[in-house]
Design a protein around this ligand. Sequence first.
Ligand code: NAD
Length: 415
Amino acid sequence: MAYEEIRKLIEKTGKDLGLKESIIEEISEPKRVVDVYFPVQMDSKDIKIFHGIRVQHNNARGPFKGGIRYHHEVNMEEVKILAALMSLKTAVIDIPFGGGKGGVAVDVKDLSKNELKRLTQGFAKAIYDVIGEQKDVPAPDINTNPEIMKWFLEEYEKIIGKKEPGVITGKALKDGGIKVRDEATGLGGAAVVQEIAKILKKKPEQITVAIQGFGNVGSHLAHHLQHMGFKVIAIADIDGGFMHEDGLDYHKTYKAIKSGRKIIDQCFCQVHGKSNDCCVISAKDVLERKCDILIPAAIGEQITTKNAKNIKAKIIVELANHPIKDEAEQVLKKNNILIVPDILANAGGVLASYFEWRENVEGVKMSYDEAKEKLIDKMRLATRKVLALSKLKKISMREAAYQIAISRIALKLKK
Ligand code: NAD
């Protein structure tokens, strides 16, 4: 995907909504792009220069919000796309944030822990003046984690000379984070499934679900879906997984997938305690399983024109970012498969980040159970609104989500 495609989508949505040209233009371009080159002392004492990026797409609804990734392929085009999608995501679930994204071009495998810490301190020094709890609030993303958030926060607070934990989210509990964050994207996805599954007019225990991906998102998603009563019949990550028509037991599947598949492959049926028709399945095959709801929760562009025609699910819920290639989406539409778009389905994580920020900045505390309940309610409400607009205007849920997000941003720009 190129930024040009996002721009075109925003422009088309803006025109469909009858927005003024100047407003459409304002939403289609990032407000600010920050390119920094900063020095880091390596363990050898040599100084190396790293390239960091922060894109601030839109802040009409609140501070820019979005993760920081450490990856050798980090580049301006991709960060701009991700920042724009964050503006749409925060707007579609109606939280008072805008959208941003950042990253450093680095292969973390090449760095020692001390070098990683100095890289994080260097990046914080390089961008501290464009961020702030009311300006721009970063978070973890690919290859960044609560410990890195802590290093970043400590450096930022050292520079500004005061405490400001709300400048960054995704912190560990002891550093001002909140308990629900780790599971929030999967939990939010399960709440979306709960709402959208009503269309099938069946009880949850009659609804079959297949999941591709068993990392942070896929594993929490599977866990919550089981608790909600859905029948998860297939789960696979990059090394494969399992399927059983009667439904997989989450805990046993977790143990099997996470603890050396070779032995488990042979004895999973016994472990699982079901009949012998329990099989292993690959991450690719899981997409084509017969099921009611398919959830890609691994990486992008998994559904292509090659496999789209073989997909048998009635509904696809996009927990991964951009799991369906654009041309494949046309095939799915022709086959009347309902697609719940990523900007809605995987917004649970940023919603939890908002709870964390609100606790840090405004002192609004919620218990773990309250946060879970609020997260589920808000995700279900957003799903209902997107579905209702899509039915009313006879447009796809993706188009409806874009319309809701862009009209909310535009409303603030007019004021
Ligand atoms: P993760 O790294 O924890 O897990 C990724 C999963 O994808 C693993 O199960 C891995 O085995 C699988 N995978 C990797 N390469 C694969 C391949 N080639 N084929 C099939 N499976 C493959 O990542 P995550 O945090 O669970 O994120 C999953 C997706 O959700 C990503 O697209 C991410 O951008 C998106 N997402 C995550 C969050 C979040 O809060 N973690 C929020 C929004 C969106």
